[in-house]
Design a protein around this ligand. Structure first.
Ligand code: PXP
Length: 236
């Protein structure tokens, strides 16, 4: 199963100080060197973390695949057509949210969504739709010609082990199986960490996972000892 590393929160860290580091493009290159099959960046409409310059540098430097997560707006379409990521993943966006809170409602916006898809796909950019593990939504994706979906794993990931989590996992399994039977490539992501990822990895229809926050958080922990040792050396 492929891993696409979402680097947004390295940019969040940079923006906490409006500083020049950590440089998201350098993070992307290191993630590739460590074995990532792709890099994902979500440029939000308010540009709160990833910005156009990040996308431009990452696009020019990485050797794997760039997935641009974005809202289906005119502004973002212009950015996508200029940057030309390998894949665009369309997500819903609410300005006040801390992170994406659910999949796109494709049923409610079949026609505009189908037109939006076509405009991006004609530039040879693959389009993925971030969708809840809901068979009706996935059916609507198939009906408007979507060939790639990312199943929202956040509902499963936010639950503690137990019956409710088992049910949420079984919804993801059914969604992946259903998407696959419609001939749609199925990926998944959101909220996955070093504990809850295993059962998702076991779903054979899922080809790729998009994981961000837990990797960023863990990199701070596994990197702290070396970072302190280097500063202590400088202070000697
Ligand atoms: N997939 C989508 C569509 C997302 O919006 C996000 C968060 O930006 C992720 C995956 C990654 O989620 P997390 O940071 O919780 O791993």
């Amino acid at each position: 199963m492929r891993l696409s590393v979402n680097i947004d929160h390295f940019a969040t860290l940079r923006e906490a100080r409006r500083a020049a580091e950590p440089e998201p493009a350098l993070v992307a290159l290191l993630a590739e060197q460590a074995g990532a099959s792709g890099i994902t960046a979500h440029m939000r409409s308010d540009r709160r973390h990833i910005k156009e310059r990040d996308l431009r540098i990452i696009r020019e430097t990485i050797k794997t695949k760039l997935t641009l997560e974005m809202a289906a707006t005119e502004d973002m379409k212009k950015v996508a057509l200029e940057i030309k990521p390998d894949t665009v993943c369309l997500v819903p966006e609410r300005p006040e949210e801390l992170t994406t809170t659910g999949g796109l409602d494709v049923i409610a916006q079949r026609k505009p969504m189908a037109a939006y898809l076509k405009e991006i796909e004609k530039e040879k950019i693959r389009v993925s739709i971030f969708v809840d593990p809901n068979l009706k939504q996935i059916e609507a994706c198939g009906a408007i010609g979507v060939r790639l979906i990312e199943i929202h794993t956040g509902i499963y990931a936010d639950l503690k082990p137990g019956k409710a989590q088992d049910k949420a996992l079984s919804d993801v399994v059914k969604a992946a199986e259903f998407g696959h039977t419609l001939g749609i490539e199925v990926t998944a992501g959101h909220g996955l960490d070093y504990h809850n990822v295993r059962p998702i990895v076991a779903i054979p229809q899922i080809t790729e996972l998009s994981i961000g926050f837990s990797i960023v958080a863990r990199s701070a922990l596994v990197g702290i000892s070396q970072a302190v040792r280097e500063m202590v050396e400088l202070l000697k």
